[in-house]
Every structure is written in structure tokens, then in C-alpha cells.
Design a protein around this ligand. Structure first.
Ligand code: S3P
Length: 175
């Protein structure tokens, strides 16, 4: 893709943003950026430590700062954390920075993918299946409001990457 725009893969935890994002970046020959890595670098500590020491509001501040930094970067493929889109200021930056594609998955598929992981503080409070269902439900409207979305539940990484490339190539309605 020569006239490449920044591709922002949004979506709940475990929908495949990072795995797919790396694959799409590889295919396009452009950099991949995981915004959680930017946050960890800026804060000098792991995400789980930020939550533990300072709480979620401070994490969201770091997140907003990392999101804003997208405006100064050349075209790339980005995976923000699952909660970033809940803040309309971040959504405005995403709109300005590039094209947003939302990855969706059923809570069951998400659980299968994140079951054995323990680095996401928001899923470590109580029963994981229950946390996913409740948090997903509270965010569902926002995820589903993105015009470009892919239900990844039954798809392989390559299939999702194909679809991302296809959607990213489509002219935007405004252009
Ligand atoms: C979060 C998702 C995580 C990370 C943090 C909060 C969320 O990123 O930013 O734990 O609020 O959904 P991933 O979606 O990459 O797991």
C-alpha cells in the first residue's frame, strides 16, 4: 500500500488487535505500534503496576497522552488498548490520525483467547468470564458504532488481516 493511511485497530481486549496489527504491518511494510507499549515506556512501569500504584484514572491519562502522540507519527498500524475508544477525545484523535477498524468477538471467543493470561488488570478482579461479559456489555454500543468492523470470532489471523487490508483500501465516504 503506497498511499498508506494509519490503520487503527480498535476493539475489546482479546479481539486480536495486536496479533492482527503486527501481521498487517508486516504485509504493508510499515511499522506496528502497540499503544500499551508507549504507555509503559512513558510511565516507566508495567500497565498492571500503573493500575496498582495509581489507579485507572492515571492510566487513562497516560493513555490519552499516548493516543495524542499518533498525530505526530508517520503512517503505521496501531493497536490501542481496548478501553481507549471509550473516551471521545481519543476517538476524535483516531479520526484525525487515520482509519479506524473495530475488531469484534463474542465474549466466549474472548474468554478462550485471554483465559491463560494475567496481565490485564481489568480482567483480574473476580471471575474472568463474568468480568468480560459485564465490561463488554458496558462498551458494546461504542464498539458497534464504528462503521468499519470485523467479527473475528471464527476467523484466522490471516483472514482478519485480509479483511483489514480490504477495508483500509476502500475510499472513505467523505473523500
Ligand atoms: C484495557 C485494555 C488493555 C490495556 C489495559 C486496559 C481496557 O489493552 O490497555 O489493561 O480498558 O480494555 P488490550 O486491549 O491490548 O488488552
Amino acid at each position: 500500500m503506497s498511499d498508506m493511511k494509519t490503520i487503527i485497530l480498535v476493539g475489546f481486549m482479546g479481539t486480536g488487535k495486536t496479533t492482527v496489527g503486527k501481521r498487517v504491518a508486516e504485509r504493508c511494510g510499515c511499522p506496528f505500534l502497540d499503544l500499551d507499549d508507549v504507555i509503559e515506556e512513558n510511565a516507566g512501569m508495567a500497565i498492571s503496576q500503573i493500575f496498582e500504584d495509581y489507579g485507572e484514572p492515571k492510566f487513562r491519562e497516560y493513555e490519552r497522552e499516548a493516543v495524542r502522540s499518533l498525530l505526530d507519527r508517520p503512517p503505521l498500524v496501531v493497536a490501542p488498548g481496548g478501553g481507549a475508544v471509550m473516551d471521545e477525545r481519543n476517538r476524535a484523535v483516531f479520526d484525525e490520525a487515520g482509519i479506524c477498524i473495530c475488531l469484534l468477538a463474542t465474549p466466549e471467543a474472548i474468554l478462550t483467547r485471554v483465559e491463560k493470561e494475567s496481565h490485564r488488570p481489568l480482567l483480574e478482579q473476580g471471575d474472568k468470564a463474568d468480568r468480560i461479559r459485564k465490561l463488554y456489555e458496558s462498551r458494546r454500543k461504542v464498539y458497534e458504532s464504528f462503521p468499519l468492523k470485523i467479527d473475528t470470532s471464527q476467523m484466522s489471523i490471516e483472514q482478519v488481516a485480509d479483511r483489514v487490508e480490504e477495508l483500509a483500501r476502500q475510499p472513505s465516504p467523505a473523500s
